[in-house]
Design a protein around this ligand. Structure first.
Ligand code: GAR
Length: 190
């Protein structure tokens, strides 16, 4: 079995789509743990509703979080860590021990970097009058949104789009793309 750990900070609709794909046997994997830095995040409710183990990060300091998570994750046999709307930087211990991917709601390298997450990204795309946006799945390294790109999907930005309507379009495309990428990981193709 292919073992996933999901890191999430917010709503967790991406986590939910992974859960649903596993339940419907589209994805041959299991989620061993859901990690969050936010004890109020709805992603934790989703995890509990699906009987998934959860872990809430205790520390706030970058290096202490890295050490804390290294200790926690050492108890698991992990094939892949997926950042699914996770807002913290990943530290060096985790980077050297695990394969980690992130999903980002823009066509990187555009609209990436610190502070660029969720609705901020979509508003920036609208403000820049871009004709296209999309989602990028990439390997995680020591810089925000700079790791090697695995896959990108494009959506059209219409003149009538708002950050909210664009977010809906990007998230729909992003979820399909992420499951396809995860399928490729489980088949050993990546
Ligand atoms: C997703 O669109 C993901 O790409 C984005 O947050 C959303 C999470 O939604 N991630 C980032 O912006 C990271 N820079 P969710 O909480 O409903 O899964």
């Amino acid at each position: 079995m292919y073992h996933l750990v999901i890191f999430a900070s917010g709503n967790g609709s991406t986590l939910q789509s992974i859960i649903d794909s596993i339940d419907s046997h589209k994805l041959e994997a299991q989620i061993d743990l859901v990690v969050s830095d936010n004890s109020d995040a709805y992603c934790l409710e989703r995890a509990k509703a699906n009987n998934l183990e959860t872990y809430i990060i205790q520390n706030t300091d970058f290096n202490k979080i890295d050490l804390e998570l290294s200790n926690v994750l050492s108890k698991y046999s992990i094939n892949l860590i997926v950042l699914a709307g996770f807002l913290k930087m990943i530290g060096p211990k985790l980077l050297e021990s695990y394969t980690i991917i992130n999903t980002h709601p823009s066509l990187l390298p555009k609209f990436g970097g610190k502070g660029m997450h969720g609705m901020h990204v979509h508003q920036a795309v609208i403000d820049a009058k871009e004709h296209y946006s999309g989602a990028t799945i990439h390997f995680v390294n020591s810089e925000y949104d700079k790791g090697n790109i695995i896959s990108q999907t494009t959506v059209e930005v219409l003149p009538t789009d708002t950050a909210e309507t664009l977010s809906c379009k990007v998230q729909s495309a992003e979820k399909i793309q992420l499951i396809e990428v995860l399928q490729r990981f489980t088949r050993g193709e990546i």
